[in-house]
Design a protein around this ligand. Structure first.
Ligand SMILES: [Zn+2]
Length: 140
């Protein structure tokens, strides 16, 4: 399969078992590490979420937060996971915050409250953000 040095693509199944666009092995490994997919066999993963719904959730979260970064108040184009997906945080809107790419990158995988402590003076709506974080942690 990979005689010419190209990586073998991994078959991707959605939650209903339908085939989606195949992906590269490192991508499949990452999805499984983030508890977003499981291995069916060594060439196939099955997603535990609906990627189309995921895209809608991101859009919904950005719209809900009026495309404003909740960390700094600037224009937001990305969503930040309150509980990082690498730590099992969900892709549901209650775990997402509108975030500018700078804040998103700066925070990385750090817990939301420790990043909040460092940036407490630049957060425009502190109570709103605290409430969001608490709710995401409690509800999960
Ligand atoms: Zn920001």
């Amino acid at each position: 399969m990979s005689h010419n040095g190209e990586e073998t693509l991994i078959t991707v199944l959605n939650t209903d078992g339908q085939r989606l666009t195949p992906c590269l092995p490192h991508r499949a490994v990452r999805e499984v590490e983030r508890s977003r997919a499981v291995w069916i066999d060594e060439q196939t993963i099955q997603l535990l979420y609906n990627p189309f719904l995921f895209r809608d959730y991101r859009k919904a979260a950005l719209k809900r937060d009026r495309y404003t970064c909740l960390w700094c108040g600037r224009h937001a184009t990305t969503v930040d996971h309150i509980i990082p997906s690498s730590k099992g945080g969900s892709y549901l809107p209650q775990n997402l915050l509108a975030s500018c790419s700078e804040c998103n990158t700066k925070r990385g995988n750090r817990p939301a409250f420790s990043y909040l402590k460092e940036n407490i003076h630049s957060v425009p709506k502190l109570m709103k953000l605290c409430w969001r974080i608490v709710r995401a942690i409690v509800v999960k």
